[in-house]
Design a protein around this ligand. Structure first.
Ligand code: ADP
Length: 390
């Protein structure tokens, strides 16, 4: 049962949504909320962060600190996150006191730890790559020396990994020095044909809606999503299976709000769950410009227990992340912006980070076109011509 009032009593200038995290996802959530005349309060270290310019109120504090989260949360009507690595003890306490929190801190605790997340899939008989848990880098090396652990494999630290940090691919003995010293999971190297993602949303009264599956390609140097194609070039049967899987995961996690489900399509056409993120996600940025409802609006609808919006696509699109140039660090300049804005169907989003760093996500562009192939051509043009330098 939802603990918040129905829509006609809910949307008003006093209604406060609190978001832990003030990066670009917080900024885009605040932009979506601005259409509804509700307040967005943000907790993060510094008001110069991206969400600082778009929220109703910025509270300086640490979302990993119990007291900061507790004090911030207790005045909010609904509390949510834009990053999963937050102090969940404070959220559990607020939940006990009756606060509406989406995603639930219990689900967050499972998702934050890749070991618990994998164990959850296994317990629920949801398809995912096999895995083993290790306490440390030394324990992994000892298992290799004993013949208990064979190569190749992928090591992922259980906590605090993001955007490919905390992931090491160990193919041969010369890679052993890449092993990280932290509690980790080890997975076999999956024979990946495509990486796809499905963003799904659930509201407390039970409705679940999924966006069409998208296909992601990666920048190998940065280990970040480079292009995102919508719709994915997969068969209708695979698309339906991916969507069904995403629906099952959000249902079994009992989680409300958005869930981004990252999937591997294997060479033999099996679908495996890689990992999930319980919040708006890079693989849903195109929805702002190319779908009936953006992922940000969908998250707000879901956490406020309002009817979920249509997830239909208006047009084919390709999203490209705009990364800081490799050899520049300092105040950001956007070179080539005019030429890129002149491209038909280009929607450019700059996050407003004051400092650029090599491969830092500084913005994204969504290219709208009648076909994914045409959008991709324009996305490549943007990637070549928009340079973020100092
Ligand atoms: P992050 O939390 O940093 O996004 P992921 O678990 O998504 O970490 O891994 C990052 C990337 O590493 C994936 O998108 C994929 O390209 C690759 N990868 C992860 N696990 C495997 C695996 N078991 N086999 C092959 N490649 C993998």
């Amino acid at each position: 049962m939802s603990k918040i009032p129905p829509a006609n009593q809910l949307i008003n200038t006093d209604f406060k949504i609190g978001i832990l995290g003030g990066g670009q996802l917080g900024k885009m959530l605040a932009l979506a909320a601005a259409n509804w005349d509700i307040q967005i309060h943000i907790l993060d270290k510094d008001p110069s962060f991206p969400a600082g310019s778009t929220c109703s109120k910025f509270v300086a504090g640490d979302f990993n600190n119990y007291d900061d989260v507790y004090q911030f949360g207790k005045d909010m009507d609904v509390l949510t996150i834009e990053i999963e690595h937050v102090n969940t003890e404070a959220l559990l306490q607020l939940e006990k006191e009756g606060k509406v929190i989406h995603p639930s801190p219990t689900a967050l605790n499972i998702i934050k730890d890749k070991g618990l997340q994998k164990a959850f899939y296994q317990a629920q008989a949801l398809p995912t790559a096999a895995f083993k848990l290790y306490e440390s880098g030394a324990a992994i090396k000892a298992a290799i020396a004993d013949g208990q652990q064979s190569l190749p494999f992928v090591q992922k630290t259980r906590t605090a990994g993001y955007d490919g940090k905390g992931v090491a691919v160990i193919r041969q003995t010369t890679d052993l020095d890449k092993i990280m010293d932290a509690p980790s999971i080890i997975e076999p190297l999956v024979d990946i044909k495509k990486e796809i993602a499905v963003i799904v949303a659930q509201r407390p009264s039970g409705q679940i809606e999924a966006f069409p599956a998208v296909e992601m390609t990666f920048n190998q140097d940065a280990n970040l999503v480079e292009f995102l194609l919508c719709p994915a070039d997969i068969s209708p049967a695979i698309a339906a299976e991916a969507e069904q899987l995403a629906r099952s995961v959000i249902d079994r996690l009992g989680l409300c709000g958005l869930l981004a489900v990252e999937l591997f399509l294997t060479q033999d056409d099996r679908i495996l769950i890689n990992e999930v993120a319980p919040r708006p996600h890079n693989s849903g940025h195109h929805t702002i410009d190319s779908c009936y409802t953006s992922q940000f609006e969908q998250h707000l609808r879901a956490i406020m227990d309002l009817p979920l919006g249509s997830t239909k696509t208006k047009m084919a699109s390709v999203m490209v992340n705009l990364l800081g140039a490799p050899d520049h660090q300092g105040a950001a300049r956007y070179q080539g912006l005019a030429a890129c804005l002149a491209v038909e169907g280009s929607k450019i989003h700059l996050y407003g980070k004051s400092v650029t760093k090599p491969y830092r996500k500084m913005g994204h562009a969504t290219l709208l076109a009648p076909t994914v192939a045409a959008a991709m051509q324009n996305a490549k043009y943007i990637q070549q011509h928009l340079k973020i330098t100092t």
